[in-house]
Ligand binder design. Structure first.
Ligand code: SF4
Length: 278
């Protein structure tokens, strides 16, 4: 019997399928919950703080305002299961918040938020391409000085090596395609703001990049359809396994994929040794 197709593709699902088809299956088809990680939750916290900052009038988007926004975001996030599930002790919690503050402070070395003209924050866009639904949430959509659209994606993880920069831009190219489909305008610029260094990786979408995105996404969807039809999602061991929550169900680690179906009701929590790169 064929497996059900996922309802949509997002940049993270596309990346997940390319990295390891079996991990994609556990996440997108079996919907096995993943335990929270400090790095991912810290990313959520910093994203929320910057979202709140851009809800303020332009002239008030200063560092003190950003730190006040971080305080508000911390109050929200620290009662959420994504945070409480981390079970951090007082010292680890203080380090967690201090790390988030360092990321917010470094953001100010990338740009002056008072000059940014946001028109969408945490903006969900969805487009149909044939039978496929593409979906994504854009951290920030803004207008440049010429009225062009700019797509900004914040990153709280490590900056990629130069050879990986293009592949890391895949997600924002995906958002550029969604903008063109939904809003009828191609962004003039897409950018990744890495808060850890801080570093901005910038690109301009073109006919070629949009065409390439469409072709790659269609090819991945065809591969997903085939894998579902044949129930054939193979493990692809790599260094990413160190951060994978599904080792307990993965044959590459002596696990049984059939147990994943029962994990939806009672997830197996697998400790991971190293923080993930977002
Ligand atoms: S442990 Fe590695 S090979 Fe197995 S599902 Fe996870 S990423 Fe794939």
């Amino acid at each position: 019997m064929a497996l059900p197709l996922p309802r949509s593709l997002s940049p993270s699902k596309v990346a997940s399928f390319k990295d390891c088809a079996l991990a994609f299956r556990f996440s997108a088809i079996d919907r096995v919950p993943e335990p929270p990680t400090p790095a991912a939750t810290k990313g959520t916290l910093v994203h929320r703080a910057l979202e709140l900052l851009f809800c303020e009038p332009a002239e008030e988007r200063t560092l003190p305002t950003a730190l006040a926004c971080l305080d508000r975001a911390t109050e929200e996030v620290t009662v959420h299961p994504e945070f409480t599930g981390l079970r951090l002790g007082p010292e680890a919690r203080a380090d967690f918040v201090a790390d988030a503050e360092a990321l917010v402070r470094r953001y100010f070395r990338l740009e002056d938020p008072r000059t940014i003209r946001p028109i969408g924050l945490e903006l969900m866009l969805e487009a149909k391409v044939g039978t496929l639904t593409l979906r994504g949430i854009i951290d920030r959509l803004e207008l440049d000085e010429d009225g062009g659209l700019v797509v900004t994606d914040y990153k709280s993880g490590a900056v990629p090596r130069v050879t990986y920069e293009q592949s890391k831009l895949g997600g924002v190219h995906f958002y550029a395609f969604l903008c063109e489909q939904v809003l009828g305008r191609r962004p003039s610029k897409i950018q990744l703001l890495y808060l850890s260094e801080p570093v901005a990786i910038v690109a301009e979408p073109s006919d070629q990049s949009i065409r390439g995105l469409q072709q790659r996404t269609s090819a991945i969807w065809t591969a997903v359809e085939k894998a579902c039809e044949r129930e054939d999602f193979r493990p692809r061991p790599s260094r990413l396994c160190d951060w994978c929550s599904y080792q307990a169900y993965c044959p590459a680690f002596g696990g049984d994929p059939a147990l994943a179906a029962t994990a939806v009701a009672a997830p197996v929590v697998v400790p991971v040794s190293v923080a993930p790169v977002l």
